[in-house]
Design a protein around this ligand. Structure first.
Ligand SMILES: NC(=O)C1=CN([C@@H]2O[C@H](COP(=O)(O)OP(=O)(O)OC[C@H]3O[C@@H](n4cnc5c(N)ncnc54)[C@H](OP(=O)(O)O)[C@@H]3O)[C@@H](O)[C@H]2O)C=CC1
Ligand SMILES: O=C1OC[C@@H](O)[C@H](O)[C@H]1O
Length: 394
């Protein structure tokens, strides 16, 4: 039963989750260390950890120890380290969260694994598919867990959308279109615009579109058919500046059985009439033989989402809308509350695997490698070229 209070309550709880009342004995909790006082860390780990009975965010490291100390104080983290290696040398740290810029993912994940830590690694997993494969192979060889933090994959709204497609009620898939575009005025020195650090729209918001398209298709594309981009040009750039960083990118793909796919991603959608920020475009739409299903807001479904199913029946078209904030809303049996952020579902799965329990969802090695392979293929197609590989040699 929903009421006018359910959305404000859900949003409040999402960002102010209750401290877990069933806290596990401290000696059994998983102590996390964070590499970098990253902007995303509070949302992706600190807030979800408050409500996870088996997680303690124990340490943070930053290049500047004062930054690490300030972050630790603000978020109630016990230890603050100068430099990332110092955190990896802490025997108390069992799992590492790696939210460094993309171009540093390979180096610091390899070092964390070498130090015997499990790793929750931000998306996209690295700058190249080869690096991603090597990280997973190393994790396997050490018996450690490595998960690419594609948090959206863990939310029940996405699982319900996939179940609708797989139920066959709409017939076979014909086309999949995924958009992830927002009007965010990132500064020119943001990591997203830094080629050496693995910047670009396709790497950042675009990696979700490739991952989501592959997931909903249930298979990999066979080819990149077309790709376009608009470059990012810093305000101070000379007129002949040649950018290797895409602010916006599109691509079309072929899939087996004449299925097609389209992605569109934009880090900083242009203002309308030079003043009005456009609405973000955050949908995954699957067109099938007898209708379509659209998951609106697949990246952050806890905030708000809708699953719109349009079905052609003879000359009539029927439309229904579903909302699945918690698994039981769609008859699914795994754990979750309507206010759980995608990151909270993800943390549950990560800790389940670490503790030897079966997680409800997982993003495995082949999945992460394939996402990087198709990112590379799009960059090859549009001429911008693959992001630079790491200079770190393990
Ligand atoms: N899951 C999600 O929803 C999101 C995921 N992300 C991903 O998380 C990662 C980090 O993103 P975000 O938090 O926005 O990034 P930040 O701009 O906050 O950078 C993250 C950290 O990178 C460190 N860093 C190390 N070397 C450099 C360098 N040369 N230049 C700049 N920073 C450096 C800084 O650490 P220090 O503290 O040591 O200075 C900084 O704290 C990316 O991989 C991104 O794709 C980002 C946003 C959302
Ligand atoms: O992962 C992400 O999600 C939110 C976006 O604003 C951000 O650019 C991206 O890194």
């Amino acid at each position: 039963m929903t009421s006018i209070f359910s959305a404000p309550r859900r949003l409040y709880m999402a960002f102010h989750p209750p401290q877990s009342s069933a806290r596990t004995d401290d000696s059994k909790s998983v102590k996390f260390g964070i590499l970098g006082a990253a902007n995303i860390a509070p949302l992706a780990l600190i807030i979800p950890a408050k409500n996870h009975p088996e997680v303690e965010v124990w340490a943070v490291a930053a290049r500047d120890v004062n930054k690490a100390k300030a972050f630790a104080k603000k978020h109630g983290v016990s230890k603050a380290y100068e430099g990332y290696q110092a955190l990896l040398d802490d025997p108390e740290v069992e799992a590492v969260y790696n939210p460094l810029p993309n171009g540093l993912h390979f180096e610091w994940t390899m070092k964390a694994l070498a130090a015997g830590k499990h790793v929750l690694l931000e998306k996209p997993s690295s700058n190249t598919a080869d690096e991603t494969r090597r990280m997973f192979e190393f994790a396997e060889s050490k018996g450690l867990i490595l998960l690419e933090a594609f948090h959206y994959r863990f939310h029940p709204a996405l699982h319900r959308t996939k179940a609708i497609i797989e139920s066959g009620e709409l017939g076979a898939i014909r086309n999949i279109r995924v958009e992830n575009m927002a009007p965010i005025p990132w500064s020119d020195d943001d990591i997203r615009y830094n080629y050496d650090l693995g910047g670009g729209a396709l790497m950042d918001m675009g990696c979700y579109t490739i991952s989501c398209m592959r997931y909903l298709a249930g298979t990999n594309p066979t080819k990149v058919l077309t790709s376009t981009y608009e470059p990012h040009k810093p305000k101070s750039a000379p007129s002949n500046y040649e950018s290797k960083v895409d602010r916006m990118a599109t691509a079309t793909f072929s899939f087996p059985n004449d299925v097609t796919g389209t992605i569109c991603t934009d880090l900083s959608m242009p203002l309308r009439f030079k003043i009005l920020p456009p609405m973000p475009r955050v949908s995954a739409v699957v067109e099938c033989e007898q209708g379509s299903v659209e998951l609106f807001n697949f990246p952050l479904p806890t905030i708000y989402h809708s699953i719109t199913v349009t079905k052609r029946e003879g000359k009539k078209t029927k439309t229904r809308t579903e909302r699945v904030y918690k698994p039981s809303d769609a008859g699914m049996e795994y754990k979750g509350e309507d206010w759980w952020l995608t990151y909270r579902y993800q943390l549950e799965a990560f800790v389940d695997r670490l503790k030897g329990r079966e997680p409800q969802t997982w993003v495995d090695k082949e999945d992460s490698v394939a996402t990087m392979e198709w990112i590379e293929k799009v960059y090859e197609k549009n001429g911008l070229g693959v992001r630079p590989k790491s200079t770190y040699t393990p």
